[in-house]
Design a protein around this ligand. Structure first.
Ligand code: APR
Length: 255
């Protein structure tokens, strides 16, 4: 494993060079990349799980008994879905994809901001809050258009509505997980961005990438994943545009 250089500038330059030369990276993102879009993270100080116990507010077992709790913490987010916008971090990843050096974005986030930023074909490991469906008749709804009420009820059958997000105790979408594991086990580089690498099976992806020799780059104000080759300390909205700018300059020079 590379000696983690202390100087962020030289680390940045080295990561830019590697991105350009290896030219096939995959990104794994977490709540940290959306923090600068005004969406709270989970485990930071002041994060969602600081206030709400996820085993109560975000577990499928509780949801089936009492969906009010989940809608209490996510109802506003769903009803204001269109107001949340991608930040320079999301946009920089879409740029790196257009530059051809980032091949796929895998996200744990349910906010749809990578898609809004223009990333094609995002792997949404934990689903999306964009789609909501009736647990009884299956009728589909699209955020922000859900009926009023806490919890909102289906307009066709009065059934309980549930966003298409993975709650604790639910399995991840099989195809999304398979694609993510495929990307992690084949790409030459993985950018691990804004995640505490805490929740499996998503948290296994950087390890899968490392095992087959990928270069692991962490973008996070704190060190979250111990086995990184490069750590770019800082906010995603600051660091990722610098990465994209550096690659763009190399692409313009063609070297
Ligand atoms: N830029 C980059 N990283 C940031 C920023 C930022 N502006 N702000 C915070 N971070 C980092 C934090 O240092 C932390 O390491 O983002 C990480 C957020 O970690 P978590 O809150 O644990 O979020 P995440 O890793 O995405 O959680 C994984 O847990 O509860 C489940 O389903 C939920 O998808 C979520 C999963």
């Amino acid at each position: 494993m590379h000696e983690l250089s202390r100087d962020p500038q030289s680390t940045l330059a080295e990561v830019i060079r590697l991105l350009w030369e290896r030219g096939e990276a995959v990104a794994l993102t977490g709540a940290g990349i959306s923090a600068e879009s005004g969406i709270p993270t989970f485990r930071d100080k002041g994060g969602l799980w600081d206030t709400y116990d996820p085993t109560v507010y975000a577990s499928i077992e509780v949801y089936r008994r009492d969906p009010t709790l989940y809608w209490t913490i996510r109802g506003d987010f769903i009803r204001h879905y269109d107001q949340y916008q991608p930040n320079p971090g999301h946009l920089a990843l879409a740029d790196l994809e257009s530059l051809g050096v980032l091949r796929r974005v895998i996200t744990q986030n349910i906010d749809g901001l990578h898609t809004k930023a223009g990333s094609p074909d995002v792997i949404e490991l934990h689903g999306s809050i964009r789609e909501i469906f009736c647990l009884s008749c299956g009728r589909q709804y699209q955020a922000p258009h859900v009926p009023p009420g806490l919890p909102p009820r289906c307009e066709s059958c009065n059934g309980v509505l549930k966003p298409n997000t993975v709650l604790f105790g639910e399995s991840l979408p099989v195809d999304a997980l398979r694609q993510a594991q495929e990307e992690a086990s084949t790409r030459a580089m993985m950018l691990v961005i804004g995640t505490s690498v805490n929740v499996y099976p998503a948290a296994a992806l950087p390890e899968i990438a490392r095992r087959h020799g990928a270069v692991i780059v962490e973008v996070n104000p704190e060190r979250a994943f111990p086995l990184v080759d490069f750590w770019l300390p800082g906010q995603a909205g600051t660091v990722l545009p610098r990465l994209a700018e550096g690659v763009r300059k190399l692409a313009a020079r063609g070297n």
